[in-house]
Design a protein around this ligand. Structure first.
Ligand code: ADP
Length: 405
């Protein structure tokens, strides 16, 4: 098993570039879903409901929805599969996994492990496909009447296409879509803690996760100190390089398109008056490597504060009041994760309740974990993964009325 873990981590680093240490972390995270849902399978309880008539008994059974089609992204090529497949198998569903074009190997390796573990043939199926075939394969999966459930993690744009396809046969759907996470630092925050959280939340996986901070909102009293310390931490603690080098914390971005998007956001921001504090351009290593970048004097008119960058860009907006920060944070059509730093208990309750997101980190920059419900509101998606709720996505409730007793 140890060997398998190491090998899977190396496959992840090789296929998506993330540092080996992060890939090893992903394997532990990935395995945690299989373990969690294997245990949850024993707790898929039904119900006996007191009936309104004397000669009746009312039962509730939980049954698997049926074949689940699972479409996953490249940024966590193993964990995004097991988070869905673990729940699906525990519920009693079989699965057809369509991994991302950039990262098919992790999905295939999991297939080999499923064989070794004795999962019967035909239960875990993988259909890798080229970029050219993706739309056609996706359409088959989302329209075939044999498929009962679609679980997707990826961009909001693709999610909407799949939802439209799935509507034809009214399939069950779970959608984990894009985010635009705000990270608010209030004057009352512990600035060192906020900087550590900012670094982790922004630059994990080189900024390529859907819960990565996309915009920093920093209150005027703490702004300059936060920016100075954040810039120093970026320069000291982040090392861009080959994922297999032990000191690398930032691998390459997934492809050229991803690099172009970061460049576009920086160019747009600078043209509207933002200042580059550190980074700002492609890294001297070339190809898809990009310098971790910090921008200040950022406004809500800039592209980087309106859409997900999905790269190592940290734009900082300065604000005056709590109400202003909450309004900016909530002015988005998506709502996946949100973070804020404050040491004022009343403010912590107020802001946590007001944030229009599915997951809130208070004085924490990394919050994903198997026992916690992962998912978003607004156009960030439908349903929850992981946690005691995750298995419900793959279960039907059947009501049985026993009469004439
Ligand atoms: P990202 O921008 O993160 O690559 P995508 O939504 O494009 O997000 O990709 C996530 C997953 O969705 C990948 O497996 C990709 O192949 C798949 N995908 C993209 N477009 C479609 C489509 N039209 N139909 C089905 N799957 C798709």
């Amino acid at each position: 098993m140890m060997e398998n873990k190491e090998e899977l981590a190396r496959i992840i680093t090789a296929e998506n570039g993330k540092p080996l240490k992060e890939a090893q972390g992903e394997i532990v995270y990935s395995a945690s879903f299989l373990e969690w849902f294997a245990e949850e399978a024993r707790r898929i309880y039904g119900d006996v409901i007191p009936a309104s008539a004397k000669d009746r008994r009312v039962l509730v059974l939980k049954q698997p929805v049926g074949v689940a089609a699972i479409i996953t992204p490249w940024n966590f090529p193993s964990a995004m599969i097991t988070r869905k497949v673990g729940a699906a198998l525990a519920a009693g569903c079989t699965v057809v996994v369509k991994p991302a074009e950039d990262t098919p190997l992790s999905a295939l390796a999991l297939g080999e492990l499923a064989n070794q573990a004795g999962i019967p043939a035909g239960v875990y199926n993988v259909v890798p496909c080229s970029r050219q075939q993706t739309a056609a394969v996706g359409e088959v999966l989302c329209t075939d009447p044999l498929v009962s459930k679609i679980s997707f993690t990826g961009s909001t744009a693709t999610g909407k296409i799949l939802l439209k396809h799935a509507a034809g046969t009214v399939k069950r759907v779970s959608m984990e879509l894009g985010g635009h996470a705000p990270f608010i630092v209030f004057d009352s925050a512990n600035v060192d803690r906020a900087v550590a959280g900012a670094l982790a939340s922004k630059f994990r996986n080189s900024g390529q996760t859907c819960v990565c901070t996309n915009r920093f909102l920093v209150q005027k009293g703490i702004h300059d100190e936060f920016v100075e310390k954040f810039a120093k931490a970026i320069e000291k603690e982040l090392h861009v390089g080959n994922g297999f080098d032990a000191k690398t914390t930032q691998g390459p971005l997934i492809n050229e398109k991803a690099v172009e998007k970061v460049e576009k956001h920086i160019k747009d921001a600078v043209s509207q008056g933002a200042s580059i504090v550190t980074g700002g351009k492609r890294h001297s290593l070339g190809k898809n490597f990009f310098e971790p970048t910090l921008l200040t004097n950022v406004t809500t008119k800039m592209l980087c504060t309106q859409e997900e960058t999905f790269g190592p860009l940290a734009p900082v907006i300065r604000f005056d009041t709590e109400a202003e920060a909450v309004a900016i944070a909530n002015a988005a059509n998506v709502g996946l994760a949100g973070y804020f730093y404050s040491q004022d208990p009343a403010q912590i309750w107020r802001v946590a309740e007001q944030m229009e997101v599915g997951m809130v980190g208070v004085n924490e920059g990394i919050i994903s974990s198997v026992e916690c419900p992962f998912g978003g509101v607004k156009e960030s998606g439908l349903g929850r993964e992981g946690s005691k709720y995750g298995i419900d996505e793959y279960l039907e409730i059947k009501y049985v009325c026993l009469g004439g007793l």
